[in-house]
Write a protein that binds this ligand. Structure first.
Ligand code: AHG
Ligand code: MN
Ligand code: MN
Length: 338
């Protein structure tokens, strides 16, 4: 009989990343621990649902003009409160806040910037479908003014030092990259800790599964339409194989499926609001997901450009998103350049 190998907690994983490989400084380790703790507490609130009185709308709108759900606000508050006193952060930015939240004077200021979508998939909260939290960590640029400003956040996704999400589904799973591949941690509710359940996550380069909101088909641009038409044509069509389709309407859940078994996710620019570059937000939705997907061997593009290369002009900038299995993303990008 072989002895069972010990469970590796998120804490141990991060300590080893710091100690063995010097990959993350201690401040970043602390920051990630705090984000994970906040996600644990959001997970508890999500689990309580109606019993905790957390469902329904809050009766307010965010800066993007979207109706805020109670859980959007609860999750945002949890992340702010957990992160502002530790001394590792200079400021935070969130989908639910118009402008940046600078760490108050009463606390020490660190060198990191944290961005998050506190609750992704808001339309799924009340119907008990998977939702999540997405986060991205940047470093305050060297040589920037001591007083942190929105300008400090406007860095391309390639400069992220950590990124991840936590999906609140049948299991609560935290998925993380610090630039050395992707690791997944499942919340052990009895122990109250995240346990490493998969390392070196890889997305297969080919897939037979796509994810897009088909109700927008009439608004799509020609290259996206061509790609989906070819998938729908199945075995008899130019692709010579049948495709399956999934759309959870929570990006976290759709990306989690892609990291688990492959696939392609598209939320492209469309003609509904031609002046908007897309629906999803670059800095706290597209960038962290794009880095995770690239770290797992996939690709992430707007159709015309690698997402991680985009120089943001504003905090709440939107972007067209096509990500997942490499060969499929490259195919869609090729259709855009013809
Ligand atoms: P959020 O709940 O943070 O506003 O994000 C929702 C996003 C994303 O998670 C999902 O892929 C997409 O909106 C769903 O949009 P549709 O309702 O247009 O399908
Ligand atoms: Mn979102
Ligand atoms: Mn959100």
């Amino acid at each position: 009989m072989t002895a069972q190998s010990p469970k590796i907690s998120l804490t141990r994983y991060l300590v080893e990343q710091q100690r063995v490989d010097g990959r993350i400084p201690s401040d970043l380790r602390l920051l990630l621990e705090v984000v994970a703790r906040a996600c644990k507490s959001i997970s508890h609130a999500v689990n309580k649902g109606a019993l905790g009185g957390v469902l329904g709308t809050a009766g307010s709108e965010n800066v993007q003009g979207e109706v805020q759900k109670q859980l959007d606000i609860i999750a945002n508050d949890v992340l702010i409160e957990a992160n502002e006193w530790g001394g590792h952060l200079a400021a935070m930015a969130s989908e639910e806040m118009d402008s940046i939240h600078v760490v108050p004077n009463r606390y020490p200021q660190g060198e990191y910037l944290l961005l998050f979508d506190p609750l992704d998939g808001s339309s799924n909260i009340d119907v008990n479908v998977s939702i999540g939290t997405i986060f991205s960590v940047l470093r305050k640029p060297e040589g920037s003014a001591p007083a942190v400003s929105e300008q400090d956040f406007l860095q391309c996704g390639a400069r992220q030092v950590a990124a991840g999400y936590c999906v609140y589904g049948p299991q609560t799973t935290l998925v993380l990259t610090v630039g050395d591949g992707v690791a997944m941690f499942t919340l052990d509710r009895e122990q109250g800790s995240f346990v490493l359940t998969q390392e070196n996550v890889r997305i297969p380069e080919d897939t037979k599964e796509f994810a897009i909101n088909m109700s927008n088909m009439r608004h799509w641009d020609a290259p996206v339409r061509r790609y989906v038409d070819e998938c729908l044509a199945g075995q008899e069509g130019p692709r010579g194989k049948d495709f399956n389709m999934r759309w959870v309407a929570s990006m976290v859940a759709d990306v989690h499926r892609i990291l688990t078994r492959g696939g392609i996710f598209l939320y492209p620019w469309d003609k509904r609001e031609p002046d908007k570059p897309g629906k999803l937000r670059l800095m706290y939705e597209a960038n962290p997901m794009a880095w995770l997907v690239e770290q797992a061997g996939g690709a992430a593009s707007t159709g015309r450009q690698r997402i991680l290369d985009i120089e943001p002009a504003k905090l709440h900038e939107r972007v067209s998103v096509i990500l997942g299995s490499k060969n499929e993303v490259e195919r869609v990008a090729a259709y855009h350049s013809r």
